[in-house]
Write a protein that binds this ligand. Structure first.
Ligand code: AMP
Length: 388
């Protein structure tokens, strides 16, 4: 079964054609600068495709150039926000599209783009089944005491202000792979998963389900990230507002200028590690803040799951930066965690254990693959929808 996986952003569209049974990518690409003008005054020339429909024509042409005339069986969309309604992937129809659109206020940068992608495909290939795979869905199992903010109830009831969590597709995929590596049925897997990319979140897994996660109402909460601050005292925002900062100024500062970027002037972990090893004190402090914050979360999630059976690293930094993994686990000795320095340094694309035999909790590196997870989920939903 061939599945086209689509990740639409406001001005970009990432795609992969995957053979689900073989678990391989047949072709992939990225269309950028959708609807981005060069004139800046509204009637300047458009640099990239005019809109998502035109971007899709380019995707279609690229797929044909690479694969001839492949028989696509379905399209799987990465949809960022599924709100409280969507706890699993769903087959898309008009009502579902409108439901995703109604969640626009909760994800103003992402859900509108997802809807544009869905509508462009419905128009071009009306008979092709489409499936929405939500970034929030895996976290619908959080208990209420974990998703509630301690603010007046009407903020939740009137505005939907609660913790939702993100990166769910990755956390779920990695949970299954980690359980398999440990030879455990997934419903016996209790652990802590650290998804550390440019965006980063950590999730507490109990019996294979998410019971807490560090991102909240938006992806800003939680860990120190590439350009996001993670947790801070909300009074800072009030203070800045009283000093003339606009909501847009604050949003830009917290989402684009903070994190590693704010502390070290660079959001790329490789560069920050190199600078720190070269004696740059700001880079060293950025690593200390980032690893300390993560270690505190891991400690608290170890408690949340009543004793984790594994700590798992994934995504760009988690899979590749042996230096950062060592910095974090050095702070976790109280949990009896002990890395094997040789195993930690080994490079591999395979899931693996990097702790010593004496480590009380095994530490794993499990490569994530969100597109693969989306393709598999899409295939499963389509098959179940046509089953008698
Ligand atoms: P992602 O968002 O999952 O693509 O992860 C991006 C982050 O992974 C960036 O901070 C990169 O610096 C980091 N990263 C990617 N490759 C490596 C590597 N070989 N060593 C250290 N960090 C890496």
């Amino acid at each position: 079964m061939l599945v086209l996986v689509i990740n639409s952003g406001s001005s970009s569209l990432k795609y992969q054609v995957r053979d689900v049974a073989a678990g391989i990518v047949l072709t992939e690409g990225l269309i950028e600068k959708i609807g981005v003008g060069n004139g800046g005054d509204g009637d300047g020339e458009i640099e990239g495709p005019r809109d998502h429909a035109e971007a899709l024509e380019q995707v279609d042409a690229a797929i044909h150039a690479e694969l001839g005339d492949p028989e696509l069986a379905a399209v799987g969309h990465r949809v960022v926000h599924g709100g409280e309604r969507f706890a699993k992937p769903v087959l898309i129809d008009n009502e579902i599209t409108r439901a995703i659109e109604r969640l626009n206020p909760l994800a103003p940068l992402h859900n509108p783009a997802n809807v544009l992608g869905i509508r462009a495909i419905s128009k071009k290939w009306p008979d092709l089944p489409q499936v929405a795979v939500f970034d929030t869905a895996f976290h619908r199992t959080l208990p209420e005491y974990a998703w509630r903010y301690a603010v007046p109830d009407e903020l939740y009831t009137n505005h939907g202000i609660r913790r939702y969590g993100f990166h769910g597709t990755s956390h779920e995929y990695v949970t299954h792979r980690a359980a398999a590596l440990l030879d455990l049925p997934v419903d016996e897997f209790d652990g802590v998963i650290a998804h550390l990319g440019n965006g980063a979140s950590v999730t507490a897994i109990l019996g294979g389900h998410s019971v807490d996660t560090s991102m909240g109402f938006t992806p800003l909460e939680g860990l120190v990230m590439g350009t996001r601050s993670g947790d801070l005292d909300p009074s800072i925002l009030v203070f800045l507002g009283r000093n003339g900062w606009t909501p847009e100024d604050i949003d830009t500062m917290l989402n684009r200028e903070s994190g590693l970027m704010g502390l070290a002037g660079n959001n790329d972990m490789r560069s920050v590690v190199e600078a720190s090893e070269g004696g740059d004190a700001k880079a060293a402090m950025a690593l200390a803040v980032t690893s300390y914050r993560l270690a505190k979360y891991i400690g608290s999630y170890h408690v949340a799951v009543g004793g984790a059976k594994a700590l798992v690293f994934t995504a760009g930094i988690g899979e590749n930066s042996h230096q950062f993994r060592a910095l974090v686990t050095d702070r976790l000795r109280a949990l009896g965690i002990e890395l094997d320095a040789g195993l930690n340094r080994q490079r591999s694309r395979e899931p693996r254990v990097i702790s010593t035999a004496a480590s009380v909790i095994p530490v794993l590196v499990v490569p994530t693959d969100e597109e693969r997870a989306i393709a598999e989920a899409t295939s499963a939903v389509v098959h179940s929808s046509i089953a008698p």
